[in-house]
Design a protein around this ligand. Structure first.
Ligand code: ATP
Length: 455
């Protein structure tokens, strides 16, 4: 793989994919704004995910729940008490670190801090003289746990204010609507609820571009099934999550499953799919068998009966949940990494090209008049194509330069309008990956592109 984080950040900034957040004010650490090209790619990623896990899943339904939820939700889910990371400060340079990350980096992944208590982590760091990545000293404060939820307050007067939270995951919006969705759709278990939305975490060590940010989007799918069938469904979603990535164009050599060594007390099984990011193998998504924990907790805290009644047998039970969760931004970073390529051309020049799956490319086609005096016909074609797909139009600079610009943002097809177009209504279509050109009738263009961008 040829992508480095620096190359990706520079390309994204220069080509309107992703800019640093609030840049004119000097930025705001670990926030990023998607530009005209980036927003299209990210929307296409979300669309592809939704199509696969909601649209094409016979018994799955979508929701779009509120970001701000009743604070009791976070008590029931356990986030107010235990959604925290083990934080340590370097006494020397005052930088803040996650103890588990320090141990993982120091042991080069050989020691798994997930199975250690805070005391064990402190002892390991002391005994192995683990050093601060910033200043190289080994002198840390004891571990303190730090809740990752962003707090805000609700109410118009100071006295009337109540603490509420920006949701740290989208999953709870699906759990609290379990009964609503089941009743209104008359869904029979097993069925699924999918959601795409923003989540917020006051991460101690955000960074690595859009890998870990404090505001991000999650794509989550909860599958409600009967106890006893949960193992089968867990395996099913492990495979479905993998297949989705491979169908998006990921090389299976760049993906691997990683079972969790330490399970949450309620979880029966959990695994991640890791991707070979420029920072090394890291979590891309998670699949968890959450048992009946979430619905049972919400039943306990809300006082509502969360049981499902089997319409045939009359049996009542609280379903088990198989959760599949993936960050849209993290998947975007993986897709950027996977697509990035530098090729040496016959003339010795290097071309940077993003080999995105055409389904997620920002623009499906770029319409380019060979010369400016052909712009009238080219613009008309651009307008026509834009009714069906996101397209772009470019008449500035040599045709070679214009091809390069499109390659860098991964536009799968460049459509060139030339003098013959005026005569016989044909255009040249250049393929991004092979750079081969074919001549086709402008009337056939829409059908040709539609076929190639299917997901
Ligand atoms: P990590 O171990 O990386 O902190 P996690 O196990 O806490 O992640 P989950 O709570 O399972 O992550 O969240 C599901 C998915 O949401 C992750 O697999 C990842 O793709 C994404 N995600 C989680 N935290 C962030 C973040 N801070 N920034 C961007 N994406 C995130």
């Amino acid at each position: 793989m040829k992508a480095t984080m620096d190359k990706l950040v520079n390309l994204c900034k220069g080509r309107g994919i992703i800019y640093p957040g609030s840049e004119i004010y000097g930025g705001m650490g670990n926030t990023w704004d998607y530009g005209p090209v980036g927003v299209e790619i990210k929307n296409n990623i979300k669309r592809a995910w939704w199509k696969r896990f909601v649209q094409e899943s016979e018994n799955s339904y979508g929701v779009d729940a509120a970001i701000l939820m009743n604070s009791r939700v976070w008590e029931a889910s356990g986030h107010t008490t235990s959604f925290s990371d083990p934080k340590m400060d370097c006494k020397f340079c005052k930088t803040r670190h996650r103890a588990d990350n320090l141990i993982e980096a120091h042991s080069k992944g050989k020691v798994n801090p997930d199975t250690m208590t805070n005391e064990e982590m402190e002892a390991y760091i002391r005994e192995h003289h683990v050093t601060c990545p910033k200043c190289g000293k080994s002198d840390f404060t004891p571990i303190r746990t730090f809740n990752l939820m962003f707090e805000t307050s609700r109410g118009v007067t100071e006295e009337g204010q109540n603490t509420i939270y920006l949701r740290p995951e989208t999953a709870q919006g699906e759990f609290v609507n379990f009964l609503n969705v089941q009743r209104t759709t008359r869904a029979k278990v097993p069925f699924g609820i999918g959601q795409i939305g923003k989540a917020f975490r006051n991460e101690i060590t955000p960074g690595n571009f859009i890998f870990r940010t404090i505001e991000f989007e999650q794509m989550e799918h909860q599958w409600f099934c009967k106890k006893g069938t949960d193992g089968e469904w867990y395996d099913y979603f492990k495979k479905a999550a993998w297949d989705f990535l491979v169908d998006l164009g990921f090389d299976p050599e760049h993906l691997r499953y990683k079972d969790h060594d330490k399970l949450a007390h309620y979880a029966k099984a959990a695994c991640d799919i890791q991707y070979l990011f420029p920072i090394g193998w890291s979590e891309l998504n998670g699949i968890h068998n959450r048992t009946d924990y979430d619905l049972s907790r919400h039943a306990e805290f809300s006082g509502k009966n969360m049981e499902y009644t089997d319409p045939v047998t009359g049996e009542k039970y609280v379903p088990y949940v198989i959760e599949y969760s993936i960050g849209a931004d993290r998947l975007m970073l993986a897709a950027l990494t996977e697509a990035y390529d530098e090729e040496t051309l016959d003339n010795g020049e290097t071309r940077v090209v993003m080999h995105f799956n055409p389904a997620i490319a920002a623009y499906k086609a770029a319409v380019l008049p060979l010369q400016k005096n052909l712009s009238e016909g080219a613009r008309a074609l651009y307008k026509k194509l834009s009714k069906s797909f996101m397209c772009t139009y470019d008449e500035a600079g040599s045709i070679g330069k214009r091809y390069r610009r499109q390659d860098e943002i991964g536009t799968p097809f460049c459509v060139t309008v030339d003098f013959d177009t005026e005569k016989d209504n044909t255009v040249t279509v250049r393929d991004r990956d092979s750079m081969e050109q074919i001549r086709i009738s402008a009337d056939k263009l829409e059908e040709y592109i539609a076929e190639k961008i299917k997901f």
